[in-house]
Ligand binder design. Structure first.
Ligand SMILES: *[C@@H]1O[C@H](CO)[C@@H](O)[C@H](O)[C@H]1NC(C)=O
Ligand SMILES: *[C@@H]1O[C@H](CO)[C@@H](O)[C@H](O)[C@H]1NC(C)=O
Ligand SMILES: *[C@@H]1O[C@H](CO)[C@@H](O)[C@H](O)[C@H]1NC(C)=O
Length: 357
């Protein structure tokens, strides 16, 4: 069946119908998550970064690479573009409306702090007039920013392993099957958990002396196995305590490091030092941390809904995103583990925002 040239109405009508159908299809894709927003690539976007870190009162010196004299700035201008759909742009006023009278809490190690400070800067830069107060509860490692006009709380709970470390006669014992901090996380509307980086610590900075699994106490054990047991314990906590009608639970995923150039096909690289472009395309040369496999397996056993913010692959492509010599340790440091702000965690928050919508 062909269209007759003179039949304009029918032709335009059909075209309009096609456009509407296509729009519904593409919009629907992201909304009903048939689009995997974690598969994509980094593209240059001159409208980035989303904020000027030196105008963000929260960021401090730790992650403000420009303040620490990082000379290159191209790393600030990459936007994550999923293959199959487009992400909604971050809309601070809309997020604050959504968080009215509500709480979002980031729980975990300093990667969670990175994530949390990024969100605070994103909110502040898009709503600079929003007033806020801060409360620091040092004893429990919790810092709360409240955007007072909205009653919206944005909280960081510093918690390295999620499971407990208890001082006993023999020393500091990590208890793989115990979580006593749980009450602090109840009644929170959005919970974003993370733990991994400290599981590989050994030597003087390892903050425990023994690991307890059930009735057995070990001097040490396979850390990946221990991590899996802790995530299992956490999953059981979620199943027993989370009311899915009240709280939405996310797991941040495993943030990759860039200490070994072999993982991006540049074995002679001095970790991430001097890296100033991402890996383009969407293929990593290396394989994601084995912790991600363990995490995904454990998350599958949880009955309550938990969303994995699967940021590992997309962050693996960003060998240029770390503070490197421009972090806390200044020129003597080599931080290829945290991320500059503005930077990669802003994208984690855009993904989180899209999942919250
Ligand atoms: C960020 O703000 C600082 C302080 O106002 C200013 O000196 C700098 O030029 C700004 N950077 C950009 C990229 O706008
Ligand atoms: C980097 O990774 C490669 C390949 O996995 C390995 O052979 C090498 O020993 C690693 N280098 C360092 C410094 O860990
Ligand atoms: C991440 O990359 C690995 C290969 O390195 C691939 O098997 C996996 O499907 C990717 N996951 C996502 C969510 O893109």
């Amino acid at each position: 069946m062909g269209f007759k040239v003179h039949d304009h109405h029918q032709y335009f009508g059909f075209l309009l119908f096609l456009i509407i159908l296509a729009t519904m299809f593409f919009n629907g894709e992201c909304k009903n998550r048939s689009c995997d927003m974690f598969q994509g690539s980094w593209v240059i976007d001159p409208s980035y970064p989303l904020y000027n870190a030196s105008l963000c009162p929260f960021v401090g010196t730790e992650f403000d690479c420009i303040k620490n004299k990082r000379p290159d700035q191209q790393y600030l201008q990459y936007r994550w573009q999923p293959h199959a759909c487009s992400l909604s742009r971050f809309d601070g006023p809309n997020l604050l409306e959504k968080l009215k009278g509500k709480t979002i809490m980031f729980i975990g190690d300093s990667l969670s702090k990175n994530h949390w400070l990024s969100l605070l800067c994103m909110i502040h830069s898009s709503v600079p007039s929003a007033r806020y107060t801060v409360k620091i509860h040092g004893a429990i490692g919790m810092t709360t920013y409240t955007f007072t006009d909205y009653g919206a709380k944005v909280i960081y709970h510093h918690n390295l392993y999620l499971v407990d470390i208890v001082k006993e006669k023999i020393g500091r014992v990590m208890k793989l099957d115990s979580i006593t901090n749980g009450p602090l996380w109840l009644d929170v509307d959005y919970l974003v958990f993370n733990t991994w980086h400290w599981w590989t610590r050994k030597g003087p900075t390892q903050p425990f002396d023994y690991i307890q699994d059930g009735n057995k106490i070990y001097k040490d054990m396979d850390r990946l196995v221990a991590f899996g047991k802790a995530i299992d314990t956490w999953g059981r906590w979620v199943d027993h305590n989370i009311n899915p009608l009240k709280s939405k639970v996310f797991f941040q995923g495993i943030s990759p490091t860039h200490y070994n150039g072999s993982s991006w096909g540049e074995p002679k690289a001095q970790a991430c030092v001097g890296q100033n472009v991402p890996i383009f395309g969407s293929t990593n040369h290396g394989t994601p941390s084995a912790a991600l496999t363990v995490l995904k397996k454990e998350l599958k056993t949880i009955k309550k809904p938990v969303t994995l913010l699967d940021i590992t692959n997309l962050s693996m492509l960003r060998k240029d995103g770390h503070p490197s010599k421009y972090g806390l340790g200044k020129l003597s440091g080599r931080d290829c583990s945290h991320w500059c702000l503005a930077g990669v965690p802003d994208t984690w928050n855009i993904l989180l925002y899209n999942l919250m919508l």
